[in-house]
Design a protein around this ligand. Structure first.
Ligand code: BT5
Length: 253
């Protein structure tokens, strides 16, 4: 597998970097194409939710990937991206964030970064567009989200230089993507994700998805990245979609 060779296109303002990168992937863009914007006017989360992306406040980017993975392994692309963001912030901003299933990077139990991986069929085969939004500065989100959102500046006291974080992120993303597609790479991504996330094992959580809401205790991941949760009844539930909220904060050091 040749290493990912990122080529970056910058925009001052765009609706959504995921929409722009998907459009280019449909036109045949090779993997490694990365769309970065200073602001997004229609940044997207999962399930038609919005991602607030004020000008100059965060890092908003989308990368085109063309992974050679079985369809049921595609959720691992989101998990490897969370690991890459974590590693990149560790290297560029001197702190180690937490990661939460399925698509969040967290600090102090608040959301610092969201990831949106979308699979699309293109004339040159399946592509996955990985969108990453990282709150760099305090003004990255409105006051209404202050109870659940945070930024690198909130955590470290200093707004990081966007391009330093971007450079570090492209490096870590290439490394993790390579790892994911190597021999036993899927197992390694799952193991590294579990080791890096305080949510992986033994956390009391509430799971909410389109079908139901229930509480339980996390019991690690399946090999395809699904979350195992032991429900109050004792049944082991396998969760493939939804939102996870901690029922109690993490008290471990
Ligand atoms: C996500 O969705 O977390 C995926 C976010 C992906 C954003 C990137 S930015 C570059 C690329 N281009 C795009 O258009 N998208 C990607 P989800 O788990 O559904 O979370 C969405 C929820 O997060 C919203 O409903 C809000 O509650 C909250 N939210 C919105 N903006 C936020 C922000 N800046 N910081 C923290 N939380 C936010």
């Amino acid at each position: 597998m040749p290493p990912l060779a990122p080529s970056i296109i910058y925009f001052d303002s765009v609706g959504s970097t995921n929409t722009e990168a998907s459009r280019r992937a449909m036109q045949g863009a090779p993997e490694g194409l990365c769309v970065v914007a200073d602001e997004q006017t229609a940044g997207r989360g999962r399930l038609e939710r919005h991602w607030l992306s004020p000008k100059g406040a965060g890092l908003y980017l989308s990368v085109v990937l063309r992974p050679q993975l079985a369809p049921n392994s595609l959720p691992l692309v989101t998990l490897m991206s969370s690991l890459a963001v974590r590693d990149a912030l560790k290297a560029s901003s001197n702190f180690t964030p937490d990661i939460k299933w399925p698509n969040d990077v967290m600090a102090n139990e608040k959301k610092l970064c969201g990831i949106l991986a979308e699979a699309i069929e293109t004339a040159s085969g399946r592509a996955v567009v990985v969108g990453i939004g990282i709150n760099l500065k305090k003004g990255s989100f409105p006051e209404e989200l202050a109870a659940v959102a945070t930024s690198v500046e909130d955590v470290t006291g200093q707004p990081p230089a966007r391009d330093r974080v971007l450079e570090s992120l492209m490096h870590e993303l290439s490394r993790r993507y390579d790892q994911l597609q190597s021999l036993e790479g899927e197992e390694k991504i799952v193991a590294d994700w579990c080791a890096a996330s305080s949510y992986a094992n033994g956390r009391c959580v509430r799971i909410a998805n389109e079908r139901e809401t229930f509480e339980g205790i996390t019991r690690g991941l399946e090999s395809d990245g699904a979350l195992r949760v032991e429900a109050a009844s004792g049944d082991l539930r396998i969760v493939r979609a939804g939102d996870v909220t901690a029922v109690r904060p993490n008290n471990s050091p």
